[in-house]
Design a protein around this ligand. Structure first.
Ligand SMILES: Nc1ncnc2c1ncn2[C@@H]1O[C@H](COP(=O)(O)OP(=O)(O)O)[C@@H](O)[C@H]1O
Ligand SMILES: [Mg+2]
Length: 343
């Protein structure tokens, strides 16, 4: 049985006693370097409850911003989930969410067990979490639904056949079908380079290179009504290490309708982050992360507060749609911060 290693950060822990009806305690699992997510939840839970964070590393800076944190084993460790359940009980958690992709399916899979403990898993179904982890499965899903996306191949011969037919041309984008954080992404301008890139491992996927505007969308789908209640869209001005470094907020009804059609058809729930391209006036879905994306602080700082929507849902309140409730032309610029702690 895994041990509970709890550290209280602040002294504002409610003392022993019954769980108040209104108390909302949120567990942010695998919070890593996402300090702002913890801060935003704390802002929205003032007087209502606490934010608890977990991570496998004591050097994850975000845990020190939470009201309390626990160091946990890797999510693949057999003791991981029992420990998370114990933390939920001990901290009277009402809602849990994860900030890393591989954990999304795990939480979704055990949704019923969490529910039995009074904990809502803030996120999409296991099937959708699995789908978004697999870019090849996602491509086939989008094709089946006739949703515009980049033409993709897992086999070099299928690509070469289309190349000869003139259905696709160089340059092409190459990336692992199960990749994340822009790792191992590359561009190939000829067959020789493509063959070398494809030999890295069997998971490599070839994709039509999209020349166009890159867009990030932060979307909240009400967990009680299943309706999209908030959309924030930004044009990505500069990317760095797989994240939007600089962005500009904008609104387009056509884009909102495109997002609504895609999201409603898929049945996502809670927070999702969508990468979209605009190529020759046509919107295309590139990728979905069914969690808070690294660029979410851009939305929050523009007043698009999805933490408040989550708290409302956990309190049993259905949110009313407030799509596009932000100013256009806001320029968002990220910068680095440093946290120092004695070991
Ligand atoms: N088909 C494409 N054409 C042009 N750029 C692309 C294409 N696919 C991905 N990219 C660029 O690479 C980045 C990472 O690719 P993505 O599919 O989002 O994978 P990851 O899971 O690593 O984020 C994207 O944010 C985008 O800037
Ligand atoms: Mg991406």
């Amino acid at each position: 049985m895994a041990r509970l290693n709890k550290e209280d950060n602040q002294g504002d822990s409610p003392k022993t006693g019954e769980k108040k009806m209104s108390e909302i305690n949120i567990l942010v699992a695998s919070s890593g370097t996402r300090n702002k997510i913890i801060r935003y939840f704390k802002e929205n839970l003032k007087g209502k409850g606490r934010v608890i964070a977990t991570d496998m590393s004591a050097n994850a800076p975000s845990i020190y911003e939470a009201d309390a944190f626990y160091l946990v084993p890797r999510i693949t460790d057999p003791g991981y989930l029992p420990l998370i359940f114990d933390i939920c009980k001990k901290e009277r958690i009402t809602g849990i969410l994860s900030l890393i992709d591989p954990e999304l399916s795990l939480l979704a899979k055990h949704k019923a067990e969490f529910e039995a403990l009074g904990v809502t898993v803030i996120g999409s179904s296991e099937e959708l979490c699995d789908l978004t982890l697999d870019k090849w499965a996602m491509y086939n899903y989008l094709m089946d639904r006739d949703i515009p996306c980049a033409r993709s191949y897992m086999k070099i011969d299928d690509f070469l056949q289309d190349l000869r037919k003139g259905a696709i041309s160089y340059p092409v984008f190459v990336k692992p079908a199960h990749g994340s954080a822009s790792l191992s992404i590359a561009v190939a301008n000829d067959e020789e380079t493509l063959r070398v890139l494809m030999k890295q491992n069997s998971d490599m996927m070839i994709q039509e290179f999209l020349h166009g505007k890159e867009i990030g969308a932060d979307v909240y789908i009400d967990m009680l009504s299943g309706q999209i209640v908030s959309i924030f869209t930004k044009e990505k001005l500069l990317m760095r290490a797989g994240e939007t470094d600089k962005g500009r907020s904008f609104k387009d009804e056509k884009l909102f309708a495109f997002i609504q059609d895609f999201v409603n058809g898929a049945g996502f729930r809670g927070q999702i982050d969508i990468d979209i391209f605009e190529v020759d006036g046509q919107y295309m879905i590139s990728e979905v992360n069914p969690r808070f994306g690294g660029g979410y602080p851009h939305a929050y700082e523009c007043g698009v507060n999805h933490m408040a929507l989550i708290v409302n849902n956990l309190e049993g309140t259905v949110n009313q749609p407030v799509i596009g409730n932000y100013e256009e032309g806001m320029i968002m610029m990220k910068y680095v911060e440093v946290m120092v702690r004695h070991e």
